[in-house]
Design a binder for this molecule. Structure first.
Ligand SMILES: Nc1ncnc2c1ncn2[C@@H]1O[C@H](COP(=O)(O)OP(=O)(O)OP(=O)(O)O)[C@@H](O)[C@H]1O
Ligand SMILES: [Mg+2]
Length: 844
């Protein structure tokens, strides 16, 4: 029964109905509407990356995945063809048995050592010379014998660094060949760098820097200095007066990358300004550029589009002073639009919606399941509303189906006298005749629904002896075969028709979402691109204005650009020679699931090759890695990456290592014994082996070049970075590193908010925020911030103490109160106030 439309009752009724349809009773709508609330919907959609996000997302597997490409992960590559067996790498490998006795290593080992890891002529460490890093200072606390947290115990050890925060400034970028500084040859030599080397692709680099009248597509591998070259070109353009800095738009993939690019540009401009050997006007131009650098259009494509809209809002059709909704706000607006639409449709008993339910399509679902629910469809339509949904117009004509049915039923009826009672085929043909007679009494949707239940007759039915002639039996079997064909065809037609009706119906959610955005005066990330593209496309005046406004457009990480972004870039530059430079590496394309198309990069590159004033350049000189690493990469990927027109994958192009770097071991196969281990056990065994190896590195088992001094020194823990394939599998590694006594920080751990220390911090904050929240107060007292034992808390509560944070000036807690114990044990000094309130002071 459907409750009456409108009002609370209707809402409640609809909710109950929805809950029933979902099979999960729910009291209130599913989605948490607070921006701070965790959103469990997996990030997806066209522009989920948006401004400011970094690039660690992985393409999804499953139905969205297309032809496997190497960058989709090892699994895809493996599926394509088995990895050929190769002879062992010439690099040294670990020999776990030959391990030295290290201080603190009771059983005399545990740390695998590298064979030949020291350069010849360099003295080995010797038993007394093994340098250890000072161990982490003993933690002020820990657990006592009874297993309670000792006072002052603090176990905060995981730091999630902000993308832009680093403990130390990054080492100064090595000089480009263009800027080779003879003033510092000593340092360069100390770094093991051949200061006089000329990159193998020098000509291409020079063209990209200096030919400002040619547009370039730069294809280059990792670490070949693509981004550096873009900075070089911008600096050249500005310094030579080809354009002012505010006439250039540089597009990066993330806000972090934009900040880095600005920093590099600042460095370059400051150097130009201070270079007395340069003509005064060049230095003046560098000075002028430095003044506007912070306002320069070095940003993500979304921020560039936002700037375009903000500069000409009325012509672009956006409200002046518009605001950009972030993901959380967009989620809320979508949730409101969806809830409203669904409620209305359920209350009205909408036939299309009921058809979806009858077909087993879930209305809503959590997590990954949402993708295949109706809500997921609505979300996709919102995320991709710049595209017209491709829906086949498919109408179901049940009367035509009935005509076919009647024809077959007539054949069946004619056959019935030729079969004996008890034959399975005969009985089923009789049932088909009755089915057709019932169908004659129905019309419209009821007829269609009924016909979809057509009984399928198996062709194997029917016994020769029961039929008058073999021909009659064959004729009966032909009718049986028709039933299975007709049922499949009708089902397919019904599904297609339902799909087209559903898409049309769900498009209403998109309209409601648009309305809501208008009401709030906000644009979402897709709007920025679509509206900027439309304005540039439709308005000659806008296009001319921005063609002059941005005389040069430069795009980094072009392999991850989607067609809409390319359209914006092309409209912005109008195809003028020299106006557009894009750089990318097809091998690094990872955002296909956000419509980034590496094939697009190929297309642009092919088009540029034949266009006057355009050119394609290839860079192969790497500046980042040692020869041993690049040898390994070239050898592995030359056979793994194969050109594919279908996925736009170009063939592998070998990267040339920078000359003059030491030939130390760089790629090491870590071998460990884990017979019969799999799953978690294997992960743990691998983690233990890695931790043992890293303990050796931390103990100074390697010679490394110190980026600060330029000299060699024994390795230490801070020299190591571990990249994990999945953050969800980090736990075993964390445990192994902890057991090995190694300190570490984790960046970007997904389970960050599930961690003990984060729970503790939250408990303390909650207790301070809401003094009546006794659950949080007890959790805060038990946490490592306060270290109060359960026994103390219970004793205190039994003695009549109140568990309540009191305001300043209120009656102090009794001296035996746990708060005093807490104050004594707390690792952080209490505030100067004598008050017992808000005692847990914060670490600084
Ligand atoms: N011409 C050059 N001479 C010396 N060092 C260079 C040169 N160009 C780049 N480098 C150095 O090489 C490293 C990689 O440079 P950059 O980040 O520009 O490469 P990229 O190709 O953009 O890398 P990615 O593929 O990761 O985007 C940096 O440390 C940079 O300072
Ligand atoms: Mg780069």
């Amino acid at each position: 029964m459907v409750p009456a439309r409108g009002g609370e009752r209707a809402q409640g009724g609809a909710r109950a109905l929805r809950a029933g349809l979902r099979g999960l009773p729910r009291g209130r709508p599913r989605r948490a509407a607070s921006p701070g609330a965790p959103v469990h919907r997996p990030r997806r959609g066209t522009h989920a990356a948006r401004v400011g996000q970094d690039r660690p997302h992985r393409p999804p597997s499953g139905r969205d995945a297309r032809a496997a490409r190497l960058q989709d992960g090892a699994g895809a590559a493996r599926r394509r063809r088995p990895l050929p067996r190769r002879p062992a790498a010439p690099d040294p490998v670990l020999h776990p048995r030959r391990r030295p006795h290290l201080p603190g290593d009771a059983d005399g080992g545990g740390v695998p050592r590298l064979r030949g890891r020291r350069p010849p002529g360099r003295p080995g460490p010797g038993p007394g010379a093994v340098r250890f890093l000072p161990r982490a200072p003993a933690r002020p606390g820990g657990r006592d014998r009874e297993g309670r947290l000792r006072a002052g115990a603090h176990r905060l050890r995981v730091v999630r660094l902000q993308g832009r925060l680093r403990a130390r400034a990054p080492p100064e970028a090595p000089p480009t060949d263009q800027d080779r500084r003879p003033a510092h040859p000593g340092r360069a030599q100390a770094e093991g760098r051949d200061v006089t080397f000329v990159p193998v692709d020098q000509d291409a680099r020079e063209r990209a820097r200096r030919e400002h009248g040619t547009s370039f597509v730069l294809e280059a591998g990792a670490g070949t200095g693509k981004t550096t070259l873009l900075v070089d070109r911008i600096e050249q353009i500005v310094r030579t007066g080809a354009a002012r800095l505010d006439e250039i738009a540089a597009v990066t993939f993330t806000e972090n990358a934009a900040t880095t690019m600005k920093l590099r540009l600042r460095e370059r401009l400051e150097r130009a300004r201070a270079d007395l050997a340069r003509p005064p006007e060049e230095r003046r131009r560098a000075e002028a550029a430095l003044e506007v650098l912070e306002r320069a259009q070095v940003s993500t494509i979304h921020a560039l589009c936002s700037a375009i809209l903000g500069e000409r809002p009325l012509e672009c059709g956006v409200p002046p002073g518009f605001r950009v909704a972030d993901d959380a706000e967009m989620d809320i607006l979508f949730a409101e639009a969806w809830d409203e639409w669904l409620t209305e449709r359920l209350v009205a008993g909408d036939a299309t919606l009921m058809g979806a339910v009858d077909s087993g399509i879930p209305l809503e679902a959590d997590g990954w399941g949402e993708r295949s629910s109706l809500r997921g469809l609505a979300r996709t339509l919102v995320d991709q509303r710049d595209l017209r949904p491709l829906v086949a117009e498919s109408r179901v004509d049940p009367t035509a189906w009935r005509r076919d049915l009647e024809a077959q039923a007539a054949r069946a009826r004619a056959l019935l006298p030729q079969v004996r009672d008890g034959d399975a085929l005969g009985a089923n043909l009789g049932a088909l005749v009755s089915f057709a007679e019932d169908a004659a009494r129905l019309e419209g949707e009821a007829l269609a629904t009924y016909l979809r239940t057509l009984p399928i007759i198996r062709r194997s039915f029917g016994h020769k002896a029961h039929w008058s002639t073999p021909e009659a039996l064959e004729a009966g079997r032909a009718v049986a075969a028709w039933t299975s064909q007709a049922a499949a065809a009708w089902k397919a037609a019904s599904s297609a028709a339902l799909h087209s009706r559903l898409v049309k119906s769900v498009l209403e959610v998109v309209a409601r979402y648009e309305e809501r955005k208008k009401e709030h005066g906000v644009l979402d990330f897709l709007d920025l691109l679509v509206k900027a593209r439309d304005a540039l496309k439709q308005s000659e005046a806008v296009r001319r204005y921005f063609n002059e406004r941005f005389r040069f457009v430069i795009i980094d990480e072009f392999q991850d650009t989607d067609p809409l972004q390319v359209e914006v870039a092309e409209l912005l530059t109008g195809g003028r020679p020299g106006a557009l430079v894009v750089v990318g590496d097809a091998k690094q394309s990872i955002y296909r699931f956000r419509r980034a198309e590496v094939a697009l990069f190929r297309r642009i590159s092919t088009a540029a090759a034949d266009r006057p004033g355009h050119s394609v350049l290839h860079l192969t000189q790497n500046f980042r890695s040692r020869a041993a690493i690049l040898r390994f990469v070239n050898r592995a990927f030359a056979s793994l990456i194969t050109a594919s027109d279908e996925s736009g994958q170009p063939p592998y192009e070998a990267i040339a290592p920078p000359p003059g770097l030491r030939e130390d071991p760089s790629v090491i196969a870590l071998r460990f014994e884990a017979p019969f281990a799999d799953g978690e056990d294997l992960l743990r065994a691998e983690a233990r082996a890695l931790a043992a190896f890293l303990a050796g590195v931390a103990a100074g088992g390697y010679e490394v070049r110190d980026p600060q001094t330029g000299g060699d020194r024994p390795s230490r823990a801070g020299d190591v970075m571990v990249l994990a394939r999945r953050l969800t599998q980090m736990r075993p590694l964390e445990e192994a590193l902890e057991s090995a006594g190694l300190r570490f920080t984790i960046e970007g751990g997904k389970s960050f908010f599930d961690r003990q220390e984060v729970h503790e911090v939250l408990a303390v904050l909650r207790a301070l925020d809401d003094p009546s929240d006794r659950v949080s107060l007890v959790a805060a007292l038990r946490s490592s911030f306060c270290g109060v034992s359960d026994r103390d808390i219970v004793a205190y509560a039994l003695s009549g103490g109140t568990l309540w944070i009191q305001e300043r000036g209120a009656r102090p807690w009794p001296s035996s109160a746990p708060c005093t114990a807490c104050a004594r044990r707390c690792p952080y000094p209490p505030s100067s106030s004598a008050s017992t309130t808000r005692r847990a002071s914060w670490p600084r």
